[in-house]
Design a protein around this ligand. Structure first.
Ligand SMILES: [Fe+2]
Length: 263
């Protein structure tokens, strides 16, 4: 499995607190069946995102993992928060925040006060060559209360990443319920751990993989945990997806009579 959202690097944000924790998290991930990890530190008002320092740390950690025979390949990404500065910078320099500099961008939106202009912002990021991946909408209280807000974004080509812990009930009842609503509609493109440590936010996704395979089919589980995230890691187009449900119902072709009469 490929984990595209993971706070593995020590001393960069609220993720791993020491190099020992980073190594322990990578070991847990490998034991869970994860072969690739995108190191995705926050870029927000609290944590400055410094690509050069991150690259150097990834190189250092990769050498340590190789030495310890922990078979995980590291990549470089960012937990991109929708601030004015970040958006403007991403439009000027699309490679800076995207996964391995190849175009897929993890995007976190605010819990409250989501602007009606968000659809336009996603579109502008796409015009700059980026493919936005909305991170864990199932944990967002505004979206939990108003799931149809996702419809325009999905129709516009925004992809969705759900946290593996939400699928198995580790992020609360509301997140679990919405994760399964999204999965049942085939509105999800990626599962990822969003791991921060070895205990409360561990780097595990196999249990979620198994549950998705059992409830929604092994093909869908494979897309979410293997083929789609691998495509994002490599900057390739996604493979063919399963058809989403309840996304285009109101766009069904209406007869001339119904269009004229509005019935
Ligand atoms: Fe995150």
């Amino acid at each position: 499995m490929i984990d595209i959202h993971h706070h593995l690097l020590w001393g960069m944000d609220d993720g791993a607190s020491s190099v020992e924790t980073s190594v322990a998290m990578a070991r847990l991930a490998a034991d869970d069946g994860i072969t690739h990890i995108v190191c995705s530190p926050h870029a927000n008002g609290t944590y400055l995102y410094e690509p050069q320092a991150i690259s150097e740390k990834i190189g250092e950690l990769q050498r340590l993992l190789d030495k310890e025979a922990i078979a995980v390949k590291l990549g470089h990404g960012c937990d991109f928060h929708m601030s004015y500065e970040n958006i403007e910078e991403a439009k000027l320099n699309p490679a800076k925040f995207s996964i391995n500099g190849l175009g897929y961008l993890l995007v976190e939106i605010p819990d409250y006060g989501i602007s009606r202009g968000m659809t336009e912002i996603f579109y502008q990021l796409q015009l700059a060559g980026l493919t936005p991946i909305l991170t864990h909408p199932e944990r967002n209280p505004t979206l939990q209360a108003d799931q149809p807000r996702l419809v325009d974004w999905l129709r516009g080509g925004v992809l969705i990443q759900v946290t593996a812990g939400s699928v198995v009930g580790r992020m609360g009842k509301h997140a679990e319920r919405m994760a399964h609503d999204l999965l049942a509609n085939r509105w999800v493109h990626f599962l990822a751990t969003d791991a921060h440590n070895t205990t409360s936010r561990p780097p595990k996704m196999n249990e979620a993989f198994e549950l998705v395979a059992k409830k929604y089919g092994p093909d869908y589980a494979h897309l979410l945990c293997v083929s789609n995230p691998l495509a994002a890691f490599l900057g390739k187009p996604l493979p063919p997806q399963l058809e989403p449900l309840n996304l285009y119902d109101d766009m069904e072709k209406k007869s001339l009579w119904r269009r004229l009469t509005g019935r």
